[in-house]
Design a protein around this ligand. Structure first.
Ligand code: MG
Length: 197
């Protein structure tokens, strides 16, 4: 096996970028005096209620700005997994979801990758896609079950490392390892095993 064949795919938002923190800060700026703060990431199914339409409108406004994407802070959990993947001989690539109708996000994500090229590597491969499940990797590091479950369905030997977050706290699957910052040794062990499968 060559190094390039042991590919680890890394999601961006909620994995190596702190999308949630940046969104909370941006929403806070748009909050009216006296208005109760509503966390869109804690709403669950309530989020579909039309009374929260104003919240989605605000989020869309925030996400329409290229620089917002380009300036997302880093999310350390994903970087820690990337360090371990590199140490264990994986070829790391970025695999990120393209929002359907938001050209600014695509440009902003690329700016973010360039901004962090000292750590990601100047030649890092990246894919911005509508469908992650089409893309090959031995391991996928991703926080969102809605994206990684279709990927796993196509890959009987695939493995997912899921950075811990509020919105995935109840998710469980035997091929999904939650990483919460305390179990890096476990992550190392499972990705090493996945490499030689
Ligand atoms: Mg994500």
């Amino acid at each position: 096996m060559t190094l390039r064949e042991a590919i680890a795919l890394f999601d961006m938002d909620g994995t190596i970028c702190d999308y949630v923190k940046a969104m909370h800060e941006a929403l806070e700026k748009l909050r009216a005096p006296g208005e109760t703060f509503v966390d869109p990431f804690s709403l669950g199914d309530d989020g579909n209620n039309s009374r929260y339409k104003y919240l989605w409108d605000r989020m869309n406004l925030i996400k329409s700005e290229e620089e917002w994407w380009a300036n997302l802070p880093i999310f350390p959990l994903g970087w820690e997994v990337m360090d371990v993947a590199k140490e264990t001989g994986y070829y790391c690539e970025i695999l990120t979801q393209a929002p359907k109708k938001n050209p600014a996000s695509l440009a902003g994500k690329l700016k973010w990758i360039i901004k962090h090229e000292d750590k990601l590597g100047e030649d890092i491969d990246f894919t911005i896609t509508r469908n992650k499940s089409r893309h090959y990797g031995r391991v996928l590091v991703d926080d969102y079950p809605g994206y990684f479950m279709p990927w796993l369905e196509h890959r009987p030997k695939g493995l997912v490392i899921m950075p811990d977050s509020k919105y995935n706290k109840d998710f469980k699957d035997e091929r999904v390892i939650r990483y919460d910052g305390t179990n890096l040794n476990q992550v190392k062990e499972v990705i090493l095993k996945a490499k030689v499968k």
